[in-house]
Design a protein around this ligand. Structure first.
Ligand code: CA
Length: 703
């Protein structure tokens, strides 16, 4: 039956071949998306008008070699269209575009196909992720994008499925569960297609999972191989030689806690070497004293790993943070380039992982070429060139005394993609500079599927505080980095730490959105601000550029949220998720979104019993603060600041927390972990804090 349908479709296509189909029609979408095959992906740079894969090409340069919008006319950029996705929560998606057909993802793994000529929605596909899954997602219910191949759109869903969707019809062709749902795995990253295989990883290290990456046949969905990043129970046979070797670098009972090492974002591919590069995440739990109590490097945590994409075998690895204990993932953007160094062309892979050092590595063999810090760093003094290992500072492992460490677990750079302009030779890094005071939690016990980081504060001893460190505002930076010289060429500073990913274009422009809602263009050579546009809502996703019918456009998907956006906000309002597209002389009006009502701090009676207060504060810190922020200091992100809780919500708090009354809004059900008495203590704590807070405190914290 399938074959007959296919024959019919092919015949229909052949019949309509005389005239080129109407742009945006099913026939048009079918023909342009089916043409995205291995050759098109390999030669992505030869079609600069399209954006066919997550990083634009296999090197993941995010360099769009189009120059119609340039330094002399960028100030004429205007809005061409906007498309309201009608969502709340963070949008981290990179839109893909082929001949003006755009595929972009929103929160809860929903995919939108949009006609980029008009902004009109072609189809929307909702994989119906159960809202309970929100509890398993550390950093918002985001999705970073899809892959496109031979007429299919590949989507990784928050609940761990890989779905192949018909690119023209928006209907699923097949669906595969890639995770064991008894664990807290989530997928937020974009799949990549290499040699007709779809490669997908997952996240969840903070909840005690074991990381891996899997390859599926792009056509049939059949599993081809799986590479685990950390060893399992050593009393059972190892899956590979790589796992056998890795197990020698672990101690204790790590496998009981999953071990971590999730591959939740970065990948790149070198077709000439036939090497697939993956970025591996942090350990589970964070604190090595609990995970691997007698030390060890804990391979392949926080490593860049090269695999053979045909069979998933390890080729080489480079560990950026041996024995990670700070959530220093190496899942950040992996970027390939051929750089001339000391008169020799070197095939390199570059990364600015969370640990604050910028690495240039020989991608043929995984050997370190150079590494220098791109933000302020105090966990290590430098990277030893001979051994390739960091030289740690005496206090960095916070075993005896708490220590203020730079960078924090947010990293010097997170998932927000960088960009590389081969003409300037510069890498543009969306960086941040914040610290975290780490302490050893000696009372930690593993709780399956719960937040398991095993860090805490020990107030009996004074923490090591870095008096030389930069204090905290401005916290965000756009850094132009020379990877050959390993030095900063220019920077733009932002008050906020959580800004958008970066795009570089062939005309020497760099585009970035900010937490303050500004979409800006800079001169790639000196960082001069050439244009900016206020979108009103904080931007975290990277922009893209594409060309259709001879015109160049820029698009950015805007939706405030993500890890730091859950409980922080830098714009007056947060508007619905929206894709904005700009072009020369665009003059569309901004969408008119209703302004949210003014909020009033809760001011209700509460019990000032000290024990009840302590209980409430501790329960709040453990179960609420991760998403709703610290109510004491005033917060406000995409999730509610509970200081503004109103009477109606208060009256049904038990229903919300213990019976899932707000599950459809994404508020998890805590029935398994909290009692009615607990909820009473939390409620009492919120009221006591809110009643003693002022609105000014809230605003002061957010800015
Ligand atoms: Ca992490």
């Amino acid at each position: 039956m399938k074959t007959i349908t296919n024959i019919l479709l092919v015949s229909l296509l052949l019949i309509s071949c005389d005239e080129s189909p109407e742009p945006g029609s099913i026939q048009h979408i079918q023909s342009v998306t089916k043409a995205v095959d291995n050759l098109r992906l390999l030669k992505a740079d030869e079609t600069p008008g399209d954006w066919l894969s997550y990083g634009r090409n296999y090197e993941e340069t995010r360099f769009s070699d189009i120059d119609k919008i340039n330094k002399s006319n960028v100030n004429q950029l205007g809005l061409v269209w906007s498309s309201n996705l009608e969502t709340k929560r963070g949008i981290e998606s990179t839109p893909l575009v082929v001949d003006g057909i755009m595929y972009v993802t929103g929160p809860w793994s929903i995919v939108y196909a949009i006609d980029a000529r008009s902004g009109k929605l072609i189809w929307k596909y909702d994989p119906k992720v159960p809202k309970e899954i929100g509890k398993k997602a550390c950093c918002d219910v985001v999705n970073r994008g899809v892959a496109l191949y031979k007429g299919m759109v590949y989507l990784g869903t928050l609940d761990g499925r890989l779905i192949a969707i018909d690119a023209a019809l928006g209907q699923p062709k097949w669906e595969i569960l890639t995770v064991d749902t008894t664990y807290s795995y989530t997928i937020t990253g974009a799949p990549r297609v290499v040699n007709e295989k779809v490669i997908i990883g997952n996240g969840g290290a903070e909840y005690g999972v074991r990381g891996y990456v899997t390859a599926y046949d792009a056509i049939t969905g059949e599993q081809e191989w799986r590479f685990y990043t950390v060893p399992g129970d050593p009393s059972k046979p190892f899956e590979s030689k790589a796992m056998e070797d890795a197990a020698k670098t672990w101690t204790g009972d790590w496998w009981k806690y999953g071990g971590g090492g999730t591959v939740w974002d970065a990948m790149a591919y070198d077709p000439e070497l036939n090497q697939l590069y993956i970025g591996v995440g942090n350990g589970a739990p964070w604190n090595r004293l609990h995970r691997s109590p007698d030390g060890g490097d804990n391979l392949y945590l926080s490593s860049i790993v090269a695999l053979n994409p045909n069979d998933g075998h390890l080729i080489w690895h480079y560990q950026t943070t041996p024995g990670d204990t700070w959530d220093y993932t190496a899942t950040q953007h992996l970027l390939l380039a051929d750089l001339t160094m000391d008169g020799e062309v070197r095939k390199v892979i570059m990364q600015a992982p969370k640990n604050g050092f910028f690495y240039v590595i020989d991608r043929t063999n995984g050997k370190l070429i150079s590494a220098e810090n791109y933000v302020y760093v105090n966990w290590a003094t430098h990277i030893d060139k001979k051994t390739g290992r960091p030289v740690e500072t005496s206090f960095s492992r916070y075993a005896i005394r708490d220590a203020e460490i730079f960078p924090s677990f947010f990293g010097g750079h997170s998932w927000q993609p960088m960009a590389f302009n081969p003409n300037t030779g510069l890498v543009y890094i969306p960086a941040l500079e914040v610290s975290h005071t780490f302490g050893h939690d000696s009372s930690w016990v593993f709780k399956p599927n719960e937040w398991n980081v095993a860090i805490g504060r020990n107030p009996d001893k004074e923490a090591v505080r870095d008096t030389l460190a930069p204090r905290p505002i401005p916290q965000g930076k756009l850094i132009a980095w020379d990877p050959v010289e390993q030095s900063e060429v220019w920077r733009v500073q932002y008050e906020s730490a959580w800004n958008g990913g970066v795009l570089a274009t062939g005309s020497g422009l760099v585009f970035q959105g900010t937490a303050e809602g500004m979409f800006s263009a800079y001169d790639a050579e000196d960082g001069a601000l050439l244009w900016e546009f206020d979108l009103g809502t904080g931007i975290i996703a990277p922009p893209i550029s594409f060309e259709v019918d001879g015109e160049q456009y820029l698009s950015v998907a805007v939706g405030w949220g993500g890890a730091r956006g859950l409980s922080n906000q830098y714009t007056e309002y947060i508007y619905p998720g929206t894709v904005y597209t700009f072009g020369l002389n665009g003059n569309a009006a901004m969408p008119e979104y209703p302004k949210p009502a003014t909020k009033i701090l809760a001011n209700f009676e509460y019990d000032d019993d000290e024990n009840l207060q302590i209980k409430g504060a501790s329960l709040y810190a453990e179960h609420c603060s991760h998403c709703h922020g610290r109510v004491a200091r005033g917060t406000g992100g995409i999730l509610p600041d509970l200081g503004y809780i109103n009477e109606a919500t208060l009256s049904i708090l038990n229903e919300i927390v213990l019976n899932g009354a707000f599950l459809t809004k994404g508020m998890p059900n805590f029935k398994q972990t909290l009692s009615e008495n607990d909820v009473f203590a939390i409620k009492n704590y919120i009221l006591s804090i809110a009643s003693n807070r002022t609105n000014e405190e809230t605003n002061g914290n957010n800015k």
